[in-house]
Design a protein around this ligand. Structure first.
Ligand SMILES: Nc1ncnc2c1ncn2[C@@H]1O[C@H](COP(=O)(O)OP(=O)(O)O)[C@@H](O)[C@H]1O
Ligand SMILES: [Mg+2]
Length: 221
């Protein structure tokens, strides 16, 4: 069974002549770990937004667990897929770091004690527990990245899509993130990591997709 399936998918942004994603067909199995690489502007982030249902293809079909993605609501997709955008600032909306992580957990119906425990586990893992009462808006880019990652990882989706997760973070946090992702992978959660950082992604994937000009140029297992 195909977890996420793209069948001849194309997407062109309004006002653009060339498609950002051009006739892409890909299938991802449940629990697969994939690296997506390619130069800036090759369509990686657009592909990720399509896979998350945040953009609708003008051509082609996308299915999630064999059901057309347009039939899902965004919260339904959120239960299956966790997505960390290239720009973490766009994902922050709460008045405190703590609430940023707690929000989704409460929404999932977790009990208060459990919410506190999970928030503590992730925020302390990334050394930002001391910042729990801060306004996320005021944090550094790297700290924001850690908050967003904590919030998404805490929800334990079936698959995580990370768009340039190491862009703003230092070597120490990179190592910690990698350790956590190895653990997540070992638990059978799917990983799709978009990156330029070959050192970081080394050992985290079994399949590498190379994109150029909106197309898949290579798909190596
Ligand atoms: N919001 C947008 N509006 C218009 N064009 C965009 C937008 N986002 C990306 N593009 C264009 O789509 C193409 C692919 O971009 P993107 O998916 O961001 O690639 P990558 O993530 O590989 O750098 C580029 O030509 C880029 O300029
Ligand atoms: Mg990008």
């Amino acid at each position: 069974m195909c977890f996420i399936c793209l069948d001849s998918v194309s997407f062109t942004y309004e006002g653009k002549k060339t498609p950002a994603v051009n006739d892409v067909s890909l299938s991802f199995a449940a629990g697969e770990s994939v690296a997506i690489v390619g130069l800036n502007g090759s369509g990686k982030s657009t592909l990720a937004r399509l896979m998350m249902g945040l953009l609708r293809p003008q051509k082609g079909k996308i299915t999630l667990s064999d059901r057309p993605i347009e039939e899902y609501s965004l919260p339904e997709i959120g239960r299956k897929l966790g997505f960390v955008l290239q720009n973490p600032s766009l994902m922050l909306f709460s008045t405190s770091v703590y609430n940023e992580v707690a929000f989704g957990l409460k929404w999932k119906g977790k009990k208060r004690q459990e919410v506190e425990q999970i928030c503590y586990n992730y925020l302390s893992y990334f050394d930002i527990w001391d910042l729990r009462d801060e306004l996320p808006f005021n944090l550094s880019q790297g700290q924001k990245q850690m908050v967003v990652l904590s919030a998404i990882l805490a929800l334990e989706p079936e698959c995580l899509i990370l768009d340039e997760p190491t862009k703003n973070i230092d070597g120490y946090r990179k190592k910690k993130l990698k350790k956590l992702l190895l653990d997540i992978r070992a638990r059978g959660i799917g990983l799709v990591i978009i990156t330029h950082d070959y050192d970081f992604v080394d050992g985290l994937y079994t399949r590498k997709i190379y994109m150029a000009d909106g197309k898949v140029m290579a798909d190596e297992h």
